[in-house]
Design a binder for this molecule. Structure first.
Ligand SMILES: Nc1nc2c(c(=O)[nH]1)N[C@H]1C(S)=C(S)[C@@H](COP(=O)(O)O)O[C@H]1N2
Ligand SMILES: [Mo]
Length: 228
């Protein structure tokens, strides 16, 4: 190589590195979906022609109020009647394939909210742990010691999500961060927020917080609210 060529090469390298440094803040900002770059702080209020309920209209109705999860220490436990107990960090869970669904949450108190949910399939997590054949009820435990349950068949047949985003925004201490069950076609009390543990059980008689107080075990929106 001639001296002139070496200088040219060095100049090109300096230019390339400078370009990388200058443009690096633009790389990885927002998530790219269908070529629309969505910045993290903008709420999605319309999806596929449907108007969504703004999170700004939300009030928290939970038994103990908003819950602060320290994500550094957080692990989602999947245990009970499984082949392999799992302990997953927030990032571990987000590595599973993601799904989007618009679903309306109906509370027994009369309010409802149409939300775009983003999350992972509970079926994928349960498959990874390996549900033993006696396991047929899934019990969700939460940071505020709230509990509720769903049948395994319902979860598998309806592609039920463990959600981490609402209307494109990560869940918050008010809305269930890090995870809320998006229990489509079930009353709000089945939509456990701040999930810490997913327990596979065969105890069909297990009653969660509101079920113990008399609400229906299956929680179907189409059925009656109260246990007969
Ligand atoms: N951990 C926990 N999850 C919970 C509750 C609760 O008190 N604690 N309340 C339930 C009820 S009754 C409803 S209607 C929904 C409301 O969820 P949202 O406030 O995020 O809309 O959360 C459900 N999940
Ligand atoms: Mo509710």
């Amino acid at each position: 190589m001639t001296k002139k060529k070496i200088i040219l090469c060095a100049a090109a390298a300096v230019a390339a590195i400078s370009a990388l440094i200058i443009f690096s803040p633009l790389i990885g900002k927002g998530s790219r979906e269908n070529d629309i770059v969505q910045l993290e702080d903008s709420e999605i209020l319309e999806y596929q022609g449907e108007n969504l309920t703004s999170l700004s209209t939300f009030r928290d109705n939970s038994i103990k109020g908003p819950q602060k999860t320290d994500i550094k220490d957080y692990n989602l436990i999947i245990d009970g009647l499984v082949e392999k107990k799992l302990s997953l960090s927030y990032r571990d869970v987000l590595k599973y394939e993601k799904y989007l669904k618009t679903i309306t949450l109906h509370c027994v108190e009369g309010w409802k909210a149409k939300i775009l949910w983003e999350g992972v399939l509970l079926a994928d997590l349960l498959e990874k742990a390996g549900v033993k054949k006696e396991g047929d009820l899934i019990i969700f435990h939460a940071l505020d010691s709230y509990t509720s349950s769903l049948s395994l068949d319902y979860i598998l047949d309806n592609n039920i999500l463990l959600a981490y985003k609402m209307n494109g925004l990560p869940l918050t201490p008010e809305t269930g961060f890090p995870f809320q069950v998006a229990a489509e076609d079930k009353w709000g009390y089945k939509w456990v927020k701040w999930v810490t543990r997913i327990e596979v059980s065969d105890d069909r008689d297990f009653k969660g917080y509101w079920e113990k107080a008399g609400y229906n075990q299956n929680g179907d929106l189409s059925g009656s609210k109260f246990a007969e």
